[in-house]
Design a protein around this ligand. Structure first.
Ligand code: SAH
Length: 223
Protein backbone atom coordinates (compact mmCIF):
# COMPACT_ATOMS: atom_id res chain seq x y z
CA UNK A 1 0.00 0.00 0.00
CA UNK A 2 1.38 3.40 -0.93
CA UNK A 3 1.75 6.20 1.57
CA UNK A 4 -0.96 8.11 -0.24
CA UNK A 5 -3.43 5.33 0.57
CA UNK A 6 -2.41 5.10 4.22
CA UNK A 7 -2.60 8.84 4.49
CA UNK A 8 -5.74 9.56 6.44
CA UNK A 9 -3.45 12.04 8.16
CA UNK A 10 -1.34 14.30 5.97
CA UNK A 11 1.60 13.18 8.03
CA UNK A 12 2.49 9.97 6.28
CA UNK A 13 4.92 12.33 4.51
CA UNK A 14 5.96 14.49 7.47
CA UNK A 15 9.47 13.11 7.67
CA UNK A 16 10.16 13.40 3.94
CA UNK A 17 8.76 16.93 3.96
CA UNK A 18 11.10 17.80 6.83
CA UNK A 19 14.09 16.33 4.98
CA UNK A 20 13.22 18.35 1.87
CA UNK A 21 13.00 21.53 3.94
CA UNK A 22 16.42 20.81 5.44
CA UNK A 23 17.80 20.28 1.91
CA UNK A 24 16.27 23.57 0.72
CA UNK A 25 17.74 25.40 3.71
CA UNK A 26 21.16 23.96 2.98
CA UNK A 27 20.82 25.11 -0.66
CA UNK A 28 20.32 28.66 0.64
CA UNK A 29 16.57 29.16 1.05
CA UNK A 30 16.34 31.47 4.05
CA UNK A 31 12.92 33.17 4.06
CA UNK A 32 11.09 31.69 7.04
CA UNK A 33 7.63 32.55 5.66
CA UNK A 34 8.44 30.70 2.45
CA UNK A 35 9.78 27.70 4.36
CA UNK A 36 6.68 27.66 6.55
CA UNK A 37 4.44 27.69 3.47
CA UNK A 38 6.46 24.79 2.00
CA UNK A 39 5.90 22.93 5.23
CA UNK A 40 2.16 23.64 5.16
CA UNK A 41 1.41 22.47 1.61
CA UNK A 42 1.24 18.69 1.01
CA UNK A 43 3.07 18.35 -2.35
CA UNK A 44 1.97 14.69 -2.60
CA UNK A 45 -1.55 15.94 -3.40
CA UNK A 46 -0.29 17.89 -6.43
CA UNK A 47 1.59 15.09 -8.19
CA UNK A 48 0.13 12.12 -10.05
CA UNK A 49 -0.89 9.46 -7.47
CA UNK A 50 1.51 6.97 -9.08
CA UNK A 51 4.41 9.37 -8.35
CA UNK A 52 3.42 10.28 -4.80
CA UNK A 53 6.45 8.51 -3.44
CA UNK A 54 8.63 11.03 -5.30
CA UNK A 55 6.65 14.03 -4.04
CA UNK A 56 9.48 15.15 -1.73
CA UNK A 57 12.41 14.42 -4.03
CA UNK A 58 13.86 17.74 -5.14
CA UNK A 59 12.86 17.29 -8.77
CA UNK A 60 10.23 18.34 -11.32
CA UNK A 61 7.62 15.67 -12.09
CA UNK A 62 5.27 15.15 -15.04
CA UNK A 63 1.58 16.07 -14.58
CA UNK A 64 -1.40 15.79 -16.96
CA UNK A 65 -1.48 17.46 -20.42
CA UNK A 66 2.28 16.93 -20.91
CA UNK A 67 3.14 19.61 -18.33
CA UNK A 68 5.27 19.52 -15.17
CA UNK A 69 5.15 20.48 -11.52
CA UNK A 70 8.37 22.43 -10.96
CA UNK A 71 11.31 21.34 -8.83
CA UNK A 72 10.84 22.37 -5.17
CA UNK A 73 14.15 24.26 -5.05
CA UNK A 74 13.16 26.35 -8.09
CA UNK A 75 9.72 26.98 -6.60
CA UNK A 76 11.32 28.05 -3.30
CA UNK A 77 13.89 30.33 -4.98
CA UNK A 78 11.26 32.00 -7.18
CA UNK A 79 8.87 32.45 -4.28
CA UNK A 80 11.65 33.92 -2.16
CA UNK A 81 12.61 36.33 -4.96
CA UNK A 82 8.98 37.42 -5.21
CA UNK A 83 9.07 38.75 -1.59
CA UNK A 84 5.35 38.31 -0.99
CA UNK A 85 3.78 40.18 1.95
CA UNK A 86 0.53 39.17 3.68
CA UNK A 87 -1.46 42.06 2.19
CA UNK A 88 -0.39 41.40 -1.42
CA UNK A 89 -2.49 40.48 -4.43
CA UNK A 90 -0.52 38.04 -6.57
CA UNK A 91 -0.94 36.84 -10.16
CA UNK A 92 0.49 33.51 -11.31
CA UNK A 93 0.71 32.49 -14.97
CA UNK A 94 0.84 28.70 -15.44
CA UNK A 95 -1.25 27.08 -12.69
CA UNK A 96 -0.19 23.54 -13.69
CA UNK A 97 -0.85 21.36 -10.63
CA UNK A 98 -1.76 24.34 -8.43
CA UNK A 99 1.17 23.73 -6.05
CA UNK A 100 2.81 27.15 -6.50
CA UNK A 101 -0.64 28.77 -6.18
CA UNK A 102 -1.20 26.93 -2.88
CA UNK A 103 2.10 28.27 -1.52
CA UNK A 104 1.17 31.78 -2.63
CA UNK A 105 -2.25 31.40 -0.98
CA UNK A 106 -0.43 30.87 2.33
CA UNK A 107 1.72 33.96 1.79
CA UNK A 108 -0.62 36.55 0.24
CA UNK A 109 -4.09 38.04 0.75
CA UNK A 110 -5.33 37.05 -2.70
CA UNK A 111 -4.04 34.93 -5.58
CA UNK A 112 -5.25 34.84 -9.19
CA UNK A 113 -3.73 31.98 -11.18
CA UNK A 114 -4.17 31.36 -14.92
CA UNK A 115 -3.86 28.09 -16.86
CA UNK A 116 -4.43 27.48 -20.58
CA UNK A 117 -5.51 23.83 -20.15
CA UNK A 118 -9.06 23.79 -18.73
CA UNK A 119 -8.45 20.23 -17.43
CA UNK A 120 -5.46 21.34 -15.35
CA UNK A 121 -7.30 24.45 -14.16
CA UNK A 122 -10.22 22.35 -12.93
CA UNK A 123 -8.00 19.79 -11.17
CA UNK A 124 -6.03 22.59 -9.47
CA UNK A 125 -9.26 24.30 -8.40
CA UNK A 126 -10.41 21.06 -6.75
CA UNK A 127 -7.10 20.51 -4.95
CA UNK A 128 -7.00 24.06 -3.63
CA UNK A 129 -10.59 23.81 -2.46
CA UNK A 130 -9.94 20.47 -0.74
CA UNK A 131 -7.13 22.16 1.19
CA UNK A 132 -9.52 24.92 2.28
CA UNK A 133 -7.58 27.62 0.41
CA UNK A 134 -10.32 30.11 -0.34
CA UNK A 135 -8.23 33.10 -1.43
CA UNK A 136 -7.28 31.70 -4.86
CA UNK A 137 -9.11 32.22 -8.15
CA UNK A 138 -8.19 29.80 -10.97
CA UNK A 139 -8.90 31.08 -14.49
CA UNK A 140 -8.70 28.97 -17.68
CA UNK A 141 -7.47 31.39 -20.35
CA UNK A 142 -4.35 32.75 -22.03
CA UNK A 143 -2.11 33.95 -19.21
CA UNK A 144 -0.11 36.22 -21.52
CA UNK A 145 -3.09 38.58 -21.36
CA UNK A 146 -3.14 38.53 -17.56
CA UNK A 147 -6.33 39.30 -15.66
CA UNK A 148 -7.01 43.01 -16.20
CA UNK A 149 -10.27 42.80 -14.22
CA UNK A 150 -8.24 41.93 -11.08
CA UNK A 151 -5.26 44.26 -11.73
CA UNK A 152 -3.09 45.86 -10.50
CA UNK A 153 -1.03 43.09 -8.88
CA UNK A 154 1.65 43.64 -6.24
CA UNK A 155 3.44 40.53 -7.43
CA UNK A 156 3.39 38.50 -10.67
CA UNK A 157 5.04 35.11 -11.15
CA UNK A 158 5.29 33.42 -14.53
CA UNK A 159 5.98 29.67 -14.35
CA UNK A 160 6.30 28.97 -18.09
CA UNK A 161 9.18 30.08 -20.33
CA UNK A 162 8.92 32.95 -22.81
CA UNK A 163 11.37 34.93 -24.96
CA UNK A 164 10.16 38.10 -23.25
CA UNK A 165 7.75 39.15 -20.55
CA UNK A 166 4.25 39.59 -22.06
CA UNK A 167 3.61 43.36 -22.12
CA UNK A 168 0.10 42.99 -20.61
CA UNK A 169 1.70 41.60 -17.45
CA UNK A 170 3.98 44.60 -17.06
CA UNK A 171 0.96 46.86 -17.49
CA UNK A 172 -0.87 44.98 -14.74
CA UNK A 173 2.05 45.18 -12.29
CA UNK A 174 1.50 47.79 -9.55
CA UNK A 175 3.99 50.59 -8.93
CA UNK A 176 6.66 49.12 -6.63
CA UNK A 177 5.61 45.66 -7.82
CA UNK A 178 7.87 42.69 -8.55
CA UNK A 179 7.57 40.19 -11.40
CA UNK A 180 9.56 36.94 -11.57
CA UNK A 181 9.72 34.93 -14.82
CA UNK A 182 11.90 32.44 -16.72
CA UNK A 183 13.03 34.34 -19.82
CA UNK A 184 14.89 32.73 -22.72
CA UNK A 185 14.51 30.11 -25.40
CA UNK A 186 11.61 27.69 -25.07
CA UNK A 187 12.89 24.14 -24.99
CA UNK A 188 16.29 25.32 -23.74
CA UNK A 189 17.66 27.01 -20.66
CA UNK A 190 16.20 30.28 -19.42
CA UNK A 191 17.28 32.91 -16.91
CA UNK A 192 15.06 33.59 -13.96
CA UNK A 193 14.50 37.30 -14.17
CA UNK A 194 13.24 39.59 -11.41
CA UNK A 195 11.73 42.86 -12.61
CA UNK A 196 10.78 45.69 -10.29
CA UNK A 197 8.58 48.61 -11.37
CA UNK A 198 9.88 51.85 -9.86
CA UNK A 199 8.64 55.28 -10.90
CA UNK A 200 7.35 53.81 -14.14
CA UNK A 201 10.79 52.31 -14.91
CA UNK A 202 11.65 48.62 -14.88
CA UNK A 203 14.75 47.41 -13.00
CA UNK A 204 15.98 43.99 -14.08
CA UNK A 205 18.04 41.35 -12.28
CA UNK A 206 18.84 37.80 -13.37
CA UNK A 207 19.37 35.29 -10.64
CA UNK A 208 19.57 31.69 -11.83
CA UNK A 209 19.38 29.35 -14.82
CA UNK A 210 16.28 27.18 -15.12
CA UNK A 211 14.39 24.97 -17.58
CA UNK A 212 10.63 25.53 -17.84
CA UNK A 213 7.96 24.25 -20.23
CA UNK A 214 7.03 26.95 -22.77
CA UNK A 215 4.40 29.65 -22.42
CA UNK A 216 2.10 28.79 -25.33
CA UNK A 217 -0.43 31.08 -26.99
CA UNK A 218 -4.17 30.84 -26.46
CA UNK A 219 -6.36 28.43 -24.52
CA UNK A 220 -5.77 24.72 -25.15
CA UNK A 221 -8.68 23.09 -26.99
CA UNK A 222 -7.70 19.46 -26.76
CA UNK A 223 -7.77 18.78 -23.02
N1 SAH B 1 3.25 26.45 -11.42
C1 SAH B 1 2.95 25.06 -11.79
C2 SAH B 1 3.92 24.48 -12.80
C3 SAH B 1 3.93 25.22 -14.08
S1 SAH B 1 4.16 24.25 -15.55
C4 SAH B 1 2.84 24.19 -10.56
O1 SAH B 1 3.04 24.67 -9.43
O2 SAH B 1 2.52 22.99 -10.74
C5 SAH B 1 3.69 25.54 -16.68
C6 SAH B 1 2.19 25.65 -16.88
O3 SAH B 1 1.96 26.80 -17.69
C7 SAH B 1 1.59 24.46 -17.65
O4 SAH B 1 0.54 23.91 -16.94
C8 SAH B 1 1.13 25.09 -18.96
O5 SAH B 1 -0.05 24.50 -19.47
C9 SAH B 1 0.87 26.52 -18.53
N2 SAH B 1 0.86 27.50 -19.62
C10 SAH B 1 1.62 27.54 -20.74
N3 SAH B 1 1.30 28.60 -21.50
C11 SAH B 1 0.30 29.27 -20.85
C12 SAH B 1 -0.45 30.44 -21.11
N4 SAH B 1 -0.27 31.16 -22.21
N5 SAH B 1 -1.39 30.81 -20.21
C13 SAH B 1 -1.61 30.09 -19.09
N6 SAH B 1 -0.92 28.97 -18.78
C14 SAH B 1 0.02 28.56 -19.65
Amino acid sequence: MSKLETAGTPDAYAEERKDLLAALRSRGVRDERVLKALEAVPRERFVEPARADLAYADQALPIACGQTISQPYVVAAMTEALAVAPHHKVLEIGTGSGYQAALLAHLAAKVVTIERYPTLAEAARERLQALGLKNVIVLARDGALGAPEHAPFDRIIVTAAAAKVPPALLDQLAEGGILVAPIGSAGGVQDLVRLEKRGGKIERQEFMAVRFVPLLPGVAETH
